[in-house]
Design a binder for this molecule. Structure first.
Ligand code: NAP
Length: 214
């Protein structure tokens, strides 16, 4: 379904995979995806809400179906944005390597894949399953908020794995000052979240009483 443009030739396509918990998705995520699409000349951006991330077993997160539906509502008006159920439908823990394998197909015929996510998450990549293969299969776009030290990020990366430096692009997004945590906290305090997330997502949160207990 994602490979119908470009004369249907998947091998020449560039696809951004936007990985995250999206609890909830917000304007910062959408601005990030659109900026990445333009800067890196991506044909599509596919949002991939996490299923059961192994590193979050002890953390309370909303049901996958809520996160999937909110993400779908948020991307509705952008013809370049899609949402994938590949992680939320998976049984057991989900790993980025399996997601990237799913989208890159056989290495010669599949699209070029760029994995977009938070810079903090990418600094932990050495603990991810099969990270060496992951680095071979895709390029990373590490996204940061204003005030985040990109120099420190580069130093940490360089020290841990100099080869990786060419596989990671850094993208600072001012609109990412908004965070999912900030939105959840505001809902719990009864404060407005208007304009922090698209209106259909705001309505969805209200209708299902999400985040009321913090
Ligand atoms: P997270 O802890 O929810 O997020 C870490 C930070 O990055 C937060 O500040 C978050 O802000 C931000 N962020 C998350 N996704 C973003 C995105 N797409 N664009 C911009 N900023 C983003 O991290 P996570 O969601 O659990 O993990 C991120 C991705 O890494 C997921 O796709 C996950 O599956 C993958 N991952 C894989 C493994 C593995 O394969 N073993 C291990 C860890 C993570 P907000 O809270 O505002 O979103």
């Amino acid at each position: 379904m994602f490979f119908l443009r470009n004369n249907g030739n998947a091998a020449t396509m560039k696809v951004g995979l936007m990985g995250g918990t999206f609890d909830p998705i917000h304007m910062g995520h959408l601005v990030t995806a659109e900026e990445a699409r333009q800067q890196f000349d991506l044909d599509y951006v596919i949002f991939v809400p996490t299923g059961s991330p192994p590193h979050k077993e002890m953390v309370k997160i909303s049901l996958p179906e809520h996160r999937y539906l909110m993400t779908s509502l948020a991307v509705m008006s952008n013809p370049y944005f899609f949402v994938s159920t590949v992680e939320i439908n998976a049984e057991g823990p989900t790993y980025t390597i399996d997601t990237v394998r799913h989208f890159s197909g056989s290495e010669k015929e599949g699209p070029e894949v760029l994995f977009i996510t938070g810079a903090d998450a990418i600094l932990e990549i050495f603990s991810w399953k099969d990270y060496e293969e992951l680095l071979r299969l895709c390029t990373f776009i590490a996204v940061s908020r204003p005030g985040y030290s990109l120099d420190r990020f580069r130093e940490t990366l360089d020290r841990a794995c100099p080869d990786m430096v060419n596989k990671v692009h850094l993208l600072e997004i001012p609109a990412l000052a908004v965070s999912s945590t900030y939105i959840r906290e505001r809902v719990a305090l009864g404060k407005t979240i208007k304009y922090l997330t698209p209106e259909p997502v705001e309505q969805y949160i209200k209708k299902h009483g999400l985040y009321l207990s913090g």
